[in-house]
Unconditional design. Structure first.
Length: 367
């Protein structure tokens, strides 16, 4: 074999080693779920759409307070927000947005496309899957004008960390996300340790009503609702979790048949939450009417006066900080020594820079 052939063989072997090494690196990179690529950022939203950025966005429009809350939790400078919806009306907790242009009335209302184009965002963050927002239709209108539509919910327990990571990747806040997740883990472990000895038969049967009605069949929260996860993790049993979807109608007899130990209601239609106090006592009036439904005087939850309304914050990014409160209500003896209020106080002080004010739960007081 001449020198030329030997040299070719050596070069060929060196080339194969380089290509093989690159293949291992590439495969490892793909398997790790690495969300950065050379010269930019890549994220996957909750609609399964991949978005790429050369650098962190400098102008974003947001429609709901959940997304803004996560930005705060990650210590993202909110000066990047160029447009908001009317959901940011309370300047006590959202003083940054007093003069920020409004692009629509609420997170669920029609977009004012002219107003949105005027604020010229790089990204428009909307709910991904709540059923009241047609994210795909919005994307079809905004993609051609260069506005990326990022679908994120921040109200699904199992996906909360994943969605937070999307914004952490976009804004280079992974350290902040990791610290937040450590806090989540500690709270969940505290609750889990206390309810770990509870048998399935000892879990209170819970019915959670959504937009509870006095005149028609109730709407209950079902299998894919974030409340199913919260109730289960707090040591309860959502008796309608086997039903498909997020919510569904059931007749009164269905609730009477399961005879729940606890009746719970989401409070998004009540004057509850930060800086809200149910001044008109609508919560008590509502639960009194619920107790007077035909046959409900024999429901265990009504007889024991175990009815409770939760503010909307419990179903958003605050949900893990609110988990001990829910668990304490379902298992008062197991959590009697735990200051569950401290978790909510810490949440508002740490992530909103605010003293917790307002009424967040409303328990039935009976006659």
């Amino acid at each position: 074999m001449n020198m030329f052939s030997k040299r070719n063989i050596a070069l060929f072997q060196a080339l194969m080693i380089i290509l093989f090494s690159f293949g291992i690196w590439y495969t490892s990179s793909m398997d790790s779920g690495d969300e950065t690529f050379e010269g930019g950022i890549e994220v996957l939203d909750s609609n399964g759409i991949t978005h790429t950025f050369e650098s962190s966005p400098t102008r974003i429009a947001i429609t709901n307070t959940y997304a803004a809350t996560v930005l705060r939790m990650l210590d993202v400078n909110l000066s990047v927000v160029s447009g908001v919806s009317g959901d940011f009306y309370d300047d006590t907790i959202w003083p940054e947005f007093v003069d920020t242009p409004k692009i629509q009335q609420s997170a669920h209302s029609e977009i004012d496309f002219e107003a949105l184009l005027d604020v010229n965002p790089d990204v428009y963050i909307v709910f991904a899957t709540n059923g009241m927002v047609d994210t795909n239709a919005i994307r079809e209108k905004l993609d051609p004008v260069g506005i990326k539509v990022l679908g994120l919910d921040f109200y699904k327990y199992d996906y909360l960390r994943t969605e937070i990571n999307v914004l952490a990747t976009m804004f280079d806040k992974q350290d902040e996300a990791d610290a937040l997740f450590e806090e989540f883990d500690a709270i969940e472990l505290e609750v889990e340790n206390r309810i770990s000895a509870v048998n399935e038969s000892e879990r209170p049967k819970v019915v959670m009503e959504h937009h509870a009605s006095l005149t028609r069949d109730p709407v209950v929260l079902t299998g894919t609702s974030q409340w199913t996860d919260l109730i289960e993790k707090a040591g309860g049993d959502n008796v309608f979790k086997h039903l498909p979807g997020h919510t569904t109608h059931v007749d009164m007899e269905a609730i009477l048949d399961v005879n729940p130990d606890v009746l719970m209601f989401d409070g998004i239609t009540f004057d509850l939450g930060f800086n809200s106090y149910d001044d008109s006592n609508k919560c008590q009036t509502h639960m009194q009417f619920i107790s007077e439904r035909p046959g409900f005087d024999e429901v265990q939850a009504v007889m024991d006066e175990r009815m409770l309304i939760f503010s909307g914050e419990f179903a958003g990014p605050m949900m893990i900080f609110g988990l001990p409160t829910i668990a304490q209500y379902l298992h008062p003896n197991l959590f009697s020594d735990l200051d569950t209020e401290a978790y909510l106080v810490d949440y508002f002080e740490t992530y909103h820079g605010q003293t917790k004010i307002g009424k967040f739960t409303c328990a039935f007081e009976g006659d």
